[in-house]
Design a protein around this ligand. Structure first.
Ligand code: IMP
Ligand code: MG
Length: 174
């Protein structure tokens, strides 16, 4: 049977907020280029929508890390499944994530990427669940929405690889 999904954030709300964040990022990076690192697969939809709205020069790269199995509970194990294609030396890096939950994935990733000598490294997320944070040192520079501790799907986020393509953000009703 199909899951029932309650809409948490409508497509128009999400897109309007991405436009605001994109304007802020464009102002902050004025006169520079920004190198977006999309965290696969969840960050793909957000990265595209964000990139289209940036007015500074943009380059893109992709990275895939595993922190979750097929369920909804963090394993705490982070592994690079697909590394970046390009070096980061001297670049203004902006990591683009779908959601920061425990912060384990990003805490690890930021340490790894810092060692590649970027000019700067910032973090941008579509969603943040601060109540769930384990790695308190993770500093988020740009957050579109802060949400309560609920498991969400859509706009790139999955439940067991399903629902990434929903154009809105929703919660699966039990
Ligand atoms: P963290 O390492 O616990 O911060 O986990 C971050 C990753 O867990 C995200 O990039 C998502 O892939 C996944 N995740 C965390 N919360 C959710 C959720 O509510 N829905 C779907 N995926 C989630
Ligand atoms: Mg993810």
């Amino acid at each position: 049977m199909a899951d029932k999904i309650r809409v948490l954030l409508k497509e128009e709300e999400v897109n309007a907020r991405i436009s605001e964040i994109a304007a802020q990022i464009s102002r902050d990076y004025e006169g520079k280029s920004v190198h977006l690192i999309c965290i696969l697969k969840g960050g793909v939809f957000f990265t595209c929508e964000l990139a289209k709205r940036l007015t500074v020069p943009v380059s893109l790269d992709f990275m895939s890390v595993s922190s979750y199995g097929s369920g909804t509970v963090s394993s705490g194990v982070v592994k690079i499944v697909k590394d970046l294609d390009e070096p980061l030396e001297g670049k203004e890096v902006l990591i683009v994530e779908d959601i920061i939950d425990s912060g384990r994935t990003l805490a690890y990733l930021i340490e790894v990427l810092k060692q590649r000598n970027p000019a700067g490294i910032r973090l941008c997320t579509l969603l943040d669940k601060p109540e769930r944070r384990v790695k308190k040192q993770v500093k988020v520079d740009y957050t579109c929405f802060t949400i309560p501790d609920e498991f969400v799907v859509g706009y790139g986020l999955d439940y067991d690889q399903k629902y990434r393509n929903l154009p809105y953000i929703g919660v699966i009703e039990q």
